[in-house]
Structures are given as structure tokens and as C-alpha cells.
Design a protein around this ligand. Structure first.
Ligand SMILES: Nc1nc2c(ncn2[C@@H]2O[C@H](COP(=O)(O)OP(=O)(O)OP(=O)(O)O)[C@@H](O)[C@H]2O)c(=O)[nH]1
Ligand SMILES: [Mg+2]
Length: 615
């Protein structure tokens, strides 16, 4: 074994928004990756459309910089809890981490999750206290709180003895003393080189690489990424692929790449310790080993935590189906979902007793929403059900267990009562509460995932958008008892047509509308939220009787309240069990499962009788 002294492989991990991608930006800029006059967008690594629109990182990404004669491979990771699977996985390709902590917020729920994963893999960390320019920054408090977290998570003595660097990522500044930052990131680069270990590998053994990530290229096809933990790999080399069941497949590498800045550079040979990209093995999956055909050695497969939330993806059965999407058949849907499984390792897809419907499980509502949004933009058309949590059974007692999340809430003091009430109704248990410095209160709760579905929207409404809520998977606990679902019914279109201002004007007395005039509707489509706890069928396409000539043009003059236009996330949070969301490249519509008003009434009657509620 030798130490590859001129390489460092590191991941940047943190809670959402603590500044990971911004810090990578600054590191790239200062290592002269870009030409002087080159116009580089902010958070250059958040390169896909959804990442830019939502301002978050979704996919982990590889880059590399040079500091002196040392090459630092950097993996930027997502901070949102729903993409925790992505972080767990890529931690397998690095030897150390930068744990970023916001100087004002301190460690947050996802800080705990990613740190726990890094510590379990034995990684060493540098703690980077970022955003020390913030008004409420408390750098030394943040360091202490982070230290406590290391101890709580069972860090070894060596891991808990971490170096600390203070940064303003957005200004590209770093230092070992929060009062005296340098005008550059050199202190950070120095710390990485000094404190994070070089890969210890055997370049003379047969090659061994764990496929840790996959990407696609229109020209090169599937690209495999991983750390070469032993030996060397060269262009056109015959190799053996060992799949997750232990099956062996002879393959031949086409090209070998390493990372330089934002690019992948083709090389003749890559040696142990490097993070490499390979082409020519289109059947490879994440978690498989690429190794030597004569002396094959599998690496332990990647384990990620199980999904907690699921919903169905089905062929669109609305009367408007087939008009707005390019791909709409069950075969196309299945192919697309199977393809997603190749790289989205925290996702599961199962068939159901209907050939047109698949059960898709993920790590949270956002995890599934991003998949839906991506597919919609690719031209797919389909319908999805309300997300539901995945229960487990205690293997010993047979007791039903449900996923529980740690919920971190920040809300203005004035909203305190309502926040406590809302989480109480959802069977949350308060575990910690702290008065903030700026009139806000911080709460930590443990609450069933079940109670949190749909919580975000209600919480934002209750706090008038002033609250912040984060949650992260905590574990499985005995079923906490029933939780009251949505308190409102829906306003449902009664017949097909195009919505008119006049009809909507009458309808809006009954609740909050989701649509504007001029929208094509169908029977059974949800057009609003009813103010009562029942569904009401209404006619939104009704034309006013033209009793005199003036009325013809007067339709636009009625006063309509602003509708609540439902985004995909809103729609998924809103719908009840007997409702679906119709997804097309052009529209997101909400609908009842049973479209026919009369059939729906009968079904409800049967259900009520079954439940002993009378007719
Ligand atoms: N004031 C201040 N703002 C910062 C600093 N670093 C980053 N930000 C801002 O914080 C926000 C989030 O930054 P990102 O780099 O996207 O955070 P991230 O950790 O990559 O977020 P995710 O990938 O979604 O988890 C952006 O608006 C940045 O401009 C800093 O040092 N000071
Ligand atoms: Mg990011």
C-alpha cells in the first residue's frame, strides 16, 4: 500500500443552503479554472434547470482543482434531506469531508444526517463555519454546537479533533480566526492538504472500482464514476463487472477520464486513488464493481437507507389525456422509471395489480416531485396519487412501525401557539425549544412522517410565509395513532367545458378556487378547495343567460378573487386518497379518481355504509 500524496478526494456536506455550492464556486475560481474574462454563472455546478429554478442542488457533482502540485477532487452534494441517498452514496468515493455549518444557524437536522454517514465510513472532517458575515453569526457557538454533535454521534477521538476554518464563501474568503479572514481561500486549501488524508491504495494490485455514480452523455452514452481503489485502468482494457447479486460479466472499457475543473479529461491510464469516469459499459449499475477478469475482487456494495414515502405513477386516464404529452403509454412510463432506477438508488419501483400503474417509493415528497417534474419536462404525461408513508413491521413483535422525522421549526413568536397546536395535532413530540435573538422561536420535534405530508403548505400559511421548517428521517417507531387528514373537501367540476368568469364568480363563494377563466375542465376535475369538509360538484363552465345585449361582454367585469394556482408540490400536498394529480408537459391538473359525479356519489355511499356511518 502507498499513500498517493498528490491526491485528495473530498466531499462537501452540509444542511441545505449552508453554502456548499457557493464555496465550490469560489474554490474553482481561485484555482484559475476559468479564463480571466470568462463569465461564470453563480453556483455554476447547479447546472440543471430544476436546480437553477429551485436554487438547490439535487445531484452530486464531481470537479477537481489543483493546489500546488496536489490535485483535489471535490464532490459537491445536495443538502436537502430528500436527497440524502445521493450523499450517502457519493461518500463512498472520498477519503474526507468538509462539513459546512452556517455560522448563524449552527448544525441543523441534515448536518446530523450527513455527518453521521461520514463518521460511519471513518472519514475525517474539516469543519467549515460559513457565512460569518451574517448579522446573527455566532462562529464560536457554532463550533461548540458542532463539536457536541460529533460527540453525540460517536466520533472517534481523532475525528472529534477536527480543524476549523471560517469562511465567507460568497466572497471567497477564509481564515483560521473568524476576526481576521484572508482575502482568499488559501487557509482552506492548506487545511485540506494538511488534515485530510491522501488515498492509501495499492497501484500494483489488479484494478478495483466501485461504481458510485452514473451520468449520461449524448455522444458517449453511460458514464460510470467511482474511486479507483486499487490498480490502474486504461483505455480499451478488458475488465470484469460484478453485479450486486455477485454475477460476473466480461466488459471492455472504451475511454478513461479524470476530472480537471468542470471538465472530464480523457487519459490513457488512470492510477489508484483517482476518481475516474469510464465509458463503454452501458449495462453497469451503481454499486457494482469493475475489476480484473483474472483476479476479480468485488467491493462491498453500497447500502442506502430505505425509502419512506410512496405513490402510484399511472397512465393518464383523464378525458384530456394524450393531447399534451409525447410519451403516455404504460410501456414508455415503465421504461422511463426503470432508467431512473439506474442512478437514483434511493428510489424503488414495483408493479401493481394494474398493468398501467406502478408503485414508486422515495425518500420524501420532494424526491418524488423532482422525478415527476423531470419526466414532465421530458414530454411524459401520467397521473400520480397522494404520497403515503411506508409502514414497517417489527420483526419480533409484529407491531406496526412508522417512519418518524426530526422536525426543525423556526417561527415568529406570535405564531407560537398555532405552530405548537399544528404539530400536536400531527402527533409531534416537542424535544427542544429555544428563544431566538430576533423575535423568533426554534423548536425541535419528533413527528410521524405521515403527519408531515402536507404540513409545509399549512405551516407557511399559518406563519404567513415567515416560518422555516426542515425535517430529516429519524427512525421507525410504533404507530402513533390516527391523524386527522385534510379538513376540507374539494370543489369539483360537474360537466366539461371552458371555465367562465361568471360561473367562477358564483363558485368562489364556496371556497378557494384553483383556476382562472378560460381553462378547459372536465367532469370530476378539481377546481378549488371547498370551505366545508365535503366535496361539492359545481358548474364552472356555465354561461350567463344573455337576457340583454350588455351582458355579452360583461363577463370579464365580475370581480374574481385571485385563485390559488397550485404548483406540483402544492398539488401533491393537497390531494386526498380519492384524488389524483394529472401531469402533462403543459399542465398540472387535480382530479377525483372517480370522474363521474353520480358514480362518485354511489361509491361514497357504499363506503359510508361499510364504515357504519349510514347513508
Ligand atoms: N451571507 C452569505 N451568504 C452566503 C455565503 N455563502 C453562501 N451564501 C448564500 O447562501 C445561499 C445558498 O448557497 P448555496 O451555495 O446554494 O447552498 P448549498 O449548501 O449548496 O445548498 P444546497 O445544495 O441546496 O443544499 C445562496 O444564496 C448563497 O449566495 C456566505 O458566506 N455569506
Ligand atoms: Mg448546493
Amino acid at each position: 500500500m502507498i499513500k498517493q500524496e498528490n491526491i485528495r478526494n473530498i466531499a462537501i456536506i452540509a444542511h441545505v443552503d449552508h453554502g456548499k455550492t457557493t464555496l465550490v464556486d469560489a474554490m474553482l475560481k481561485q484555482s484559475k479554472i476559468f479564463r480571466d474574462n470568462q463569465n461564470v454563472p453563480e453556483r455554476v455546478l447547479d447546472s440543471n434547470d430544476l436546480e437553477r429554478e429551485r436554487g438547490i442542488t439535487i445531484l452530486a457533482k464531481n470537479t477537481a482543482i489543483r493546489y500546488g502540485n496536489i490535485k483535489i477532487n471535490i464532490v459537491d452534494t445536495p443538502g436537502h434531506a430528500d436527497f440524502g441517498g445521493e450523499v450517502e452514496r457519493v461518500l463512498n468515493m472520498v477519503d474526507g469531508v468538509l462539513l459546512l455549518v452556517d455560522a448563524a444557524e449552527g448544525p441543523m437536522p441534515q448536518t446530523r444526517f450527513v455527518l453521521r454517514k461520514a463518521l460511519e465510513l471513518g472519514h475525517k472532517a474539516i469543519v467549515v463555519i460559513n457565512k460569518i458575515d451574517r448579522t446573527h453569526a455566532r462562529p464560536s457557538w457554532a463550533v461548540n454546537a458542532t463539536f457536541d454533535l460529533f460527540i453525540e454521534l460517536g466520533a472517534t477521538e481523532e475525528q472529534a479533533d477536527f480543524p476549523v476554518i471560517y469562511t465567507i464563501a460568497s466572497a471567497g474568503r477564509a481564515g483560521t480566526d473568524p476576526e481576521h479572514l484572508e482575502s482568499h481561500l488559501q487557509p482552506l486549501f492548506e487545511a485540506i492538504v494538511r488534515h485530510l488524508p491522501a488515498p492509501v491504495v495499492d497501484p500494483d494490485m489488479p484494478p478495483q472500482l466501485l461504481v458510485t455514480n452514473l451520468t449520461y452523455d449524448d455522444y458517449k452514452g453511460k458514464i460510470l464514476l467511482g474511486r479507483l481503489s486499487g490498480g490502474a485502468l486504461r483505455r480499451l482494457q478488458p475488465v470484469l463487472r460484478i453485479d450486486r447479486e455477485g454475477g460476473t460479466h466480461p466488459e471492455k472499457i472504451a475511454q478513461v477520464f479524470i476530472h480537471e475543473g468542470l471538465e472530464r479529461i480523457e487519459v490513457e491510464t488512470a492510477t489508484a486513488g483517482e476518481i475516474v469516469a469510464l465509458t463503454g459499459i452501458p449495462d453497469a449499475y451503481i454499486g457494482e464493481t469493475i475489476t480484473d477478469p483474472i483476479n476479480p475482487r468485488p467491493l462491498p456494495p453500497i447500502v442506502v437507507e430505505a425509502p419512506t414515502v410512496r405513490m402510484t405513477f399511472g397512465v393518464n386516464t383523464s378525458p384530456l389525456s394524450g393531447r399534451e404529452g409525447t410519451w403516455s403509454t404504460s410501456r414508455k412510463l415503465k421504461e422511463r422509471l426503470d432508467r431512473e432506477l439506474e442512478r437514483n438508488v434511493a428510489l424503488r419501483v414495483e408493479s401493481t395489480d394494474s398493468a398501467d400503474t406502478f408503485l414508486v417509493s422515495g425518500r420524501g415528497e420532494l424526491h418524488l416531485a423532482i422525478l415527476i417534474e423531470t419526466m414532465r419536462r421530458e414530454g411524459y404525461e401520467f397521473q400520480v396519487s397522494a404520497p403515503e408513508v411506508i409502514m414497517h413491521q417489527d420483526p419480533e413483535t409484529g407491531e406496526t412501525l412508522e417512519p418518524v422525522e426530526e422536525v426543525y421549526v423556526e417561527a415568529p413568536e406570535s405564531a407560537s401557539g398555532i405552530v405548537i397546536e399544528m404539530l400536536g395535532q400531527r402527533r409531534g413530540r416537542l424535544t427542544n425549544m429555544r428563544q431566538g435573538e430576533n423575535g423568533s422561536v426554534y423548536y425541535t420535534y419528533l413527528a410521524p412522517t405521515r403527519g408531515l405530508l402536507g404540513f409545509r403548505q399549512a405551516f407557511l400559511t399559518a406563519t404567513r410565509g415567515m416560518g422555516i421548517v426542515h425535517s430529516v428521517f429519524y427512525g421507525y417507531e410504533p404507530y402513533a395513532g390516527s391523524i386527522r387528514q385534510r379538513a376540507n373537501g374539494s370543489l369539483v367540476a360537474w360537466e366539461p367545458g371552458v371555465s367562465t368568469a361568471y360561473a367562477l364568480f358564483n363558485a368562489q363563494e364556496r371556497g378557494q378556487l384553483f383556476i382562472v377563466p378560460g381553462i378547459e375542465v372536465y367532469e370530476g376535475m378539481i377546481v378549488g378547495r371547498c370551505s366545508r369538509d365535503e366535496d361539492i360538484a359545481i358548474n364552472v363552465a356555465k354561461k350567463k343567460h344573455l337576457t340583454n345585449h350588455r351582458s355579452a361582454g360583461a363577463d370579464e367585469l365580475v370581480h374574481l378573487e385571485a385563485p390559488l394556482l397550485m404548483s406540483l408540490d402544492d398539488a401533491l400536498e393537497y390531494i386526498a386518497e380519492d384524488e389524483l394529480v394529472e401531469i402533462t408537459p403543459k399542465n398540472i391538473r387535480l382530479r377525483k379518481r372517480i370522474l363521474d359525479t353520480e358514480d362518485r356519489r354511489k361509491a361514497r355511499k357504499t363506503r359510508n355504509i361499510e364504515m357504519g356511518n349510514g347513508g
